[in-house]
Ligand binder design. Sequence first.
Ligand code: FES
Ligand code: FES
Length: 258
Amino acid sequence: MPTTSITLDVNGSPHRLDVDNRTSLLDALRERLDLTGSKKGCDHGQCGACTVLVDGRRTNSCLVLAVSAEGSDITTVEGLADGDTLHPVQQAFLDRDAYQCGYCTPGQICSTVGMIEEARAGMPSHVTTDLTDGEIELDDEEVRERLSGNLCRCGAYMNIVPAVHDAACAHDATTAAATGTGTGTGTSTGEATTTPAAAATTTAATAGTAATAGTAATAATAATAGTAATAATAATAATAGTAGRAATAATATDGATR
Ligand code: FES
Ligand code: FES
């Protein structure tokens, strides 16, 4: 079979590969680069478990040929965290207990990262009613519609939706802090949306679930999210985490489950 030498830029690093021209991006990531966070659920573009970001846009990697991804910036779930500090979307999924087995979770997280950027850029969805308003308000209906391509066989949707709202609020707070504009209160308006203060409580109360992510990381994330939680509070809460629960949390957010 014909092969091609390609270079894939994944999570900021170039990877030189000789691939069968039929190789999907998902298989290249998992089987050749050992980045097994992206999951193979259906291999037909129907479940979203394989979602990665290609040039910032969420993409079903099972439907993309590896050879066609050359020259693009590819981000997998393994590339979202900043060192020991989880990405706000990863942290929100932990805090909200937005997973059960965790198999769909890397795809849900990558899809959420891309989806929040799409909404902020004013890209409408099927349920968007006002197409003239620029930035899209992420209410529950918008979140459910925009993530409808990511299926969860465990039915964790009830906690995924508030996790997305938390992440959207954290995103707004970070953007406001970076630009020096606005109050960072966000435009995520779902019923389960937490205020920054409530998020602080949640973060501190559930920090134990992220114990394996590192006490320092948990404390740093609480601070990054613009919450009122102190590093000391989060660190204290983190020490209360059980080993079993912490293992589950780590698996879900770094995609270690193969
Ligand atoms: S494995 Fe790609 S969409 Fe299901
Ligand atoms: S958490 Fe099990 S499939 Fe979604």
